[in-house]
Write a protein of this length. Structure first.
Ligand SMILES: Nc1ncnc2c1ncn2[C@@H]1O[C@H](COP(=O)(O)OP(=O)(O)OP(=O)(O)O)[C@@H](O)[C@H]1O
Ligand SMILES: O=C(O)[C@H](O)[C@@H](O)[C@H](O)[C@H](O)CO
Length: 172
């Protein structure tokens, strides 16, 4: 299979709690592979963004329509796609697989609370404040044992994560 055909098959969600590096890693990986990158945060409704800006965690009911929009993009993508999406719970990932693609991959960026907090506190101009980390970690169900999952730690340099993920995608 040539590379442009292989590229069209890339269907990947970069997942993890707020501040784990989904946007940073997702954009860099998409650039490396030459596939479109979509920032999942940009697909939240105004009501969801307002809620998060006020420091109120989203509920399942808030997240379902957002997850369905993301699944729709995955399903309709013809040129391959990488999307950042917290996808914190197994039920959310099942929904993305069911409605998006059965071969959807997940790159999980795993991190310790201390480093996540540091990253959130040193980031400026984002509506998602560091005070939301506790609720994000409480909701998180790591994707252990699920199909097509790559887990990397946020302690490693961006370049290491991107190279490992690119190699994993190209080998799968
Ligand atoms: N591997 C890394 N090493 C060092 N810093 C990183 C790394 N990855 C991301 N960062 C930094 O951590 C911060 C959080 O990253 P980013 O905004 O990409 O996270 P996110 O998961 O998309 O967050 P959110 O879900 O809240 O939008 C940013 O300031 C980013 O520059
Ligand atoms: O599921 C959620 O609680 C949300 O998707 C959050 O994770 C935010 O979108 C993101 O972290 C803000 O930047």
């Amino acid at each position: 299979m040539n590379w442009s055909v292989a590229r069209q098959k890339v269907r990947l969600i970069v997942m993890g709690v707020s501040g784990s590096g989904k946007s940073t890693v997702g954009a860099a990986l998409a650039g490396r592979l030459g596939v479109p990158f979509i920032e999942g945060d940009s697909l939240h409704s105004a009501a969801n963004v307002e809620k998060m800006s006020l420091g109120i965690p989203l509920s399942d009911a808030d997240r379902w329509p957002w997850l369905d929009d993301i699944a729709g993009i995955v399903r309709e993508s013809e040129s391959g796609v990488i999307i950042s999406c917290s996808a914190l719970k197994k039920a959310y990932r099942d929904r993305l697989r069911e409605k998006g693609s059965s071969v959807l991959g997940f790159l999980f960026l795993a991190g310790e609370p201390g480093l996540l907090l540091q990253r959130l506190q040193s980031r400026s101009g984002h509506y998602m404040k560091a005070t939301m980390l506790e609720s994000q970690l409480a909701a998180l169900e790591p994707p252990f044992g699920e199909p097509r999952v790559l887990i990397r730690t946020i302690t490693e340099p961006l370049e290491t994560t991107v190279s490992a993920a690119a190699d994993w995608i190209l080998a799968s």
